[in-house]
Ligand binder design. Sequence first.
Ligand code: GDP
Ligand code: MG
Length: 229
Amino acid sequence: MKISVLVPVYNEINTIDEILRRILATPFDKEIIAVDDCSKDGTRDRLLELKKTMPELKVVLHETNQGKGGALSTAWKNATGDVWIIQDADLEYDPAEYVKLLRPISEGKADVVFGSRFLVGEYCRVHLFRHYLANRFLTFLSNVFTNLNCTDMETCYKIFRREVAQKINIESKRFAVEPELTAKVAKLRCRVYEVPISYSGRDYHEGKKITWKDGFSALWAIFKFSVLR
Ligand SMILES: Nc1nc2c(ncn2[C@@H]2O[C@H](COP(=O)(O)OP(=O)(O)O)[C@@H](O)[C@H]2O)c(=O)[nH]1
Ligand SMILES: [Mg+2]
């Protein structure tokens, strides 16, 4: 089983080396598709340099900033593995958990796996209560319309068997890609599993970029992709 690790990257110079090192350390045959979303902090050049010593790494460059959804849509066009894993380039989610996350797929039970920050895992950073509330609310609303009982719709860890991923056309450019993917998975009526993950959330001063405005676009995406379609 070959995995494709899809990494949307925007201004992640402090973490890009370490995240790639952690992905490479996972015990799978793999390709890594890093999509640089027009970074301004040197990440772009660093990726091109790292590529020289990492045969598994493919780098795709955006000429303008498009957002996480735009970066994933580009990654989607380049992935060839049997299982596709979305991996943020900050260090909030740890590739050491791929083994655990992939188990429902390798055991033939699941088509899609979500890593949940709200199922009890081994550890979780205690912080940003209002962020947590917003997450719970958006997940609740998404569940009402998709009829999936997810505990963490906004999770970055969304993992797909290739056959399922290839049925999904990503339209959202920015963070609304999370409710969009969830709604589209629900419409495909495939087998969705959740696995508890450890989460090392970063704070705004550490580079977190999502804001309350993204909460509103997530609300709109829930209606658009679950109700209007
Ligand atoms: N914020 C932001 N992240 C992007 C963009 N394009 C790609 N990304 C990547 O998408 C992932 C999620 O972004 P992040 O800021 O960590 O989101 P958050 O942790 O949900 O606040 C990271 O790997 C980013 O580098 C973009 O235009 N803006
Ligand atoms: Mg993040």
